[in-house]
Design a protein around this ligand. Structure first.
Ligand SMILES: Nc1ncnc2c1ncn2[C@@H]1O[C@H](COP(=O)(O)OP(=O)(O)OP(=O)(O)O)[C@@H](O)[C@H]1O
Length: 342
């Protein structure tokens, strides 16, 4: 079932913070990751969809039905939060079966279903354990099994992996994605981990100051950010102010470069963005967009070295990545200069 937010706004009582005119459309079975700086409204968005927070304007429509007046437990949405919110006094099995008990499913049936889900999340032998006897990763799986037990039509995941260390996180991330696809659950995933968003999501929605800046596939978001705020938040880049000085050319003050200026008239002021992997080291003399300078700070990353390349007059270095740092010059192909309108 698809989830549609249509011009949704919410303000916390007595404050100006919240969500401002957010419209987005999550297709049936799609996983949309919600990213953005701290305080941008990610959790607020999820709480409004879940019904834990009420009082928005605009419409939240799930499966064609307006959810505004529907109580939380009728929404058939499975939720997993950062702190798991498991019941410490209940066994693993009873935690997973909890939502079914609320829905008055008979005991034998709910235990059967809970066992089945524990199998799916890889915890078959743990049904009778207490929550305190589980690792963080195992607790996270219980939370996921509990969310899935009610056969949800939507999954709302708020930083579900943030408490886990990197190796468990990577593994569980793949598992959550596989389970989500298997269940075909329409999913919103809040994360502050960009890599998690890019790897797991069909599309990524970026919020800032309670507003939706862009929703796009991970590739589009990285390669074609719609604004400077998105470009700065997603991945590494060098962003410099520039002016269109002729069709197909921009003036950065210290150099003129060939770039795809499109229909922008001469004199347009904007920003040029370059990703580090698109900075070519030591191009032949006479190459297009060749810039002379010197390599500054270097960080060895194994297969690659990430380094600063200082071009006189640029004001800040170009961030570059290549097998070996440039000795005296770099070049950036015109198609790799992304122009961002102000
Ligand atoms: N109960 C509340 N009362 C007033 N303001 C709140 C309340 N909860 C959150 N806010 C404010 O609303 C804004 C959005 O908060 P929200 O928790 O949605 O952000 P977030 O993007 O999830 O942040 P984080 O990444 O830090 O978890 C913030 O400015 C926050 O301070």
């Amino acid at each position: 079932m698809s989830l549609v937010l249509d011009n949704v706004s919410y303000r916390y009582p007595g404050s100006t913070h919240g969500l401002h005119e957010v419209s987005l459309d999550v297709r049936a079975g799609e996983l949309v990751a919600v990213i953005g700086p701290s305080g941008s409204g990610k959790s607020t968005l999820l709480k409004l969809v879940s019904g834990l927070t009420t009082g928005h304007t605009g419409r939240i429509v799930f499966g064609g039905q307006d959810m505004s007046a529907m109580p939380v437990h009728q929404r058939r949405m499975g939720m997993v939060f950062q702190n798991y919110a498991l019941f410490p006094h209940l066994s693993v099995l009873d935690n997973v079966a909890y939502g079914l008990k609320l829905r008055k499913v008979p005991v034998a049936e709910r235990h059967r279903r809970a066992q089945e889900l524990l199998g799916i999340v890889g915890l078959s032998g743990y049904a009778q354990r207490g929550i305190g006897q589980l690792s963080g990763g195992q607790q996270q799986r219980v939370a996921l099994a509990r969310a899935l037990a009610i056969d949800p039509q939507a999954l709302l995941l708020d930083e579900p992996l943030s408490a886990l260390d990197a190796s468990v996180r990577g593994h569980l991330r793949d598992e959550i994605r596989a389970i989500q696809q298997r269940f075909g659950a329409t999913t919103l995933l809040v994360t502050h981990d960009q890599e998690e968003a890019l790897v797991m999501a069909d599309r990524v929605a970026m919020l800032k100051d309670g507003r939706l800046l862009q929703i796009a596939t991970p590739r589009e978001l990285y390669e074609q950010p719609a604004s400077r705020a998105v470009a700065e938040f997603v991945g590494l880049s060098t962003i410099l102010p520039c002016t269109v000085c002729a069709p197909g050319r921009v003036d950065l003050g210290f150099a003129e470069l060939h770039a795809h200026t499109g229909s922008r008239p001469v004199g347009t002021v904007l920003h040029a963005m370059v990703r580090p992997e698109h900075v070519r080291a030591d191009p032949a003399p006479g190459s297009v967009n060749r810039l002379q300078g010197r390599t500054g700070a270097q960080r060895y990353l194994g297969a690659l070295t990430r380094y600063d390349f200082e071009v006189p007059g640029a004001g800040k270095p170009f961030l570059a990545e290549s097998a070996r740092p440039a000795a005296e010059a770099i070049a950036i192909a015109p198609e790799h200069i992304r122009l961002l309108d102000l």
